[in-house]
Design a protein around this ligand. Structure first.
Ligand SMILES: [Zn+2]
Length: 278
């Protein structure tokens, strides 16, 4: 993964937040590319702690430790990582782990501490937290500490925003991380129908939905929605600070989920048009 090239809109946002010192206490990433989410989390941690200018090839001690995975203040918290010695839970992030974080935070530190909450599959690959591996009791224990303290950031790796408790979601800033394998900036399918959608009149929203629906005679609904998503990503590339595009991306991601659930595509296109055409 190359943060600035692959995710320019997230890169710009976090770059300026780090410079301004306004990185949120609690960040939630969602999407299907968990490795990308995890690597972005590490990059944010690295930039927050770098002793020089944060450049990617920096060799300062903090950058070196983070790249090696040995930094004392950057901790991965999962049912398999960073368990206290007396913790016998194997299937969940435990209350004991939440307490470990709490006691860690009760000491002062010269670092900007970052806790990355995720899961791992049997092969050790990064996987998302959900209601099974990160249950209510531990979530509540952690919730109390996510709002405390300066120079502390919690980052949640998830597939869907709703996979954490509502109380955690509402205290976090959520960012959709598109799967790199899903996009190539190719939006030829919807060219002329949905391109420049910000200029389409609200009164024409239903008409546009119908035109999208007509495209499905030649293309699958997934191809059409991916094409819309590609177009929004293309817009974001040139306007990385335009947060509305990021919200729009979430609408297309929701649409893909609805498609998987078997929801009628005419309804999906109408929903996209009503949400994106203003
Ligand atoms: Zn550095």
């Amino acid at each position: 993964m190359h943060f600035s090239n692959d995710f320019p809109f997230l890169y710009d946002y976090f770059n300026s937040a780090i410079k301004k010192g306004t990185v949120p206490n609690s960040i939630l990433f969602f999407g299907k590319d968990f490795n990308a989410q995890y690597e972005i989390a590490l990059e944010i941690a690295r930039r927050l702690n770098c002793k020089t200018d944060g450049s990617e090839n920096c060799e300062c001690l903090n950058c070196k430790w983070i790249k090696e995975g040995t930094h004392p203040a950057i901790l991965t918290i999962s049912r398999k990582d960073n368990k206290p010695a007396d913790d016998e839970s194997k299937t969940v992030i435990s209350v004991k782990q939440a307490n470990l974080i709490k006691s860690n935070l009760s000491t002062t530190s010269e670092f900007h501490r970052v806790f990355i909450l995720c899961d791992r599959d049997n092969d050790g690959n990064i996987a998302p937290v959900n209601r099974l591996n990160f249950q209510e009791e531990a979530s509540n224990a952690l919730l109390k500490i996510t709002e405390e303290g300066k120079n502390v950031t919690f980052i949640f790796i998830t597939e869907n925003k709703e996979d954490v408790l509502q109380t955690i979601l509402s205290r976090s800033q959520a960012f959709f991380v598109p799967s790199k394998s899903d996009y190539d900036y190719n939006f030829s399918i919807i060219d002329g129908v949905f391109t420049n959608y910000r200029n389409i009149l609200r009164a024409d929203a239903f008409d546009t939905a119908e035109q999208l629906q007509n495209l499905s005679q030649k293309h699958s609904d997934l191809e059409i929605i991916n094409s819309i998503q590609n177009y929004i990503l293309f817009c974001l590339k040139s306007n990385p600070n335009d947060r509305t595009y990021i919200k729009d991306l979430e609408v297309t991601e929701d649409a893909k989920n609805q498609l998987r659930l078997g929801i009628n595509s005419a309804g999906i296109y109408e929903n996209i048009c009503l949400k994106l055409i203003k």
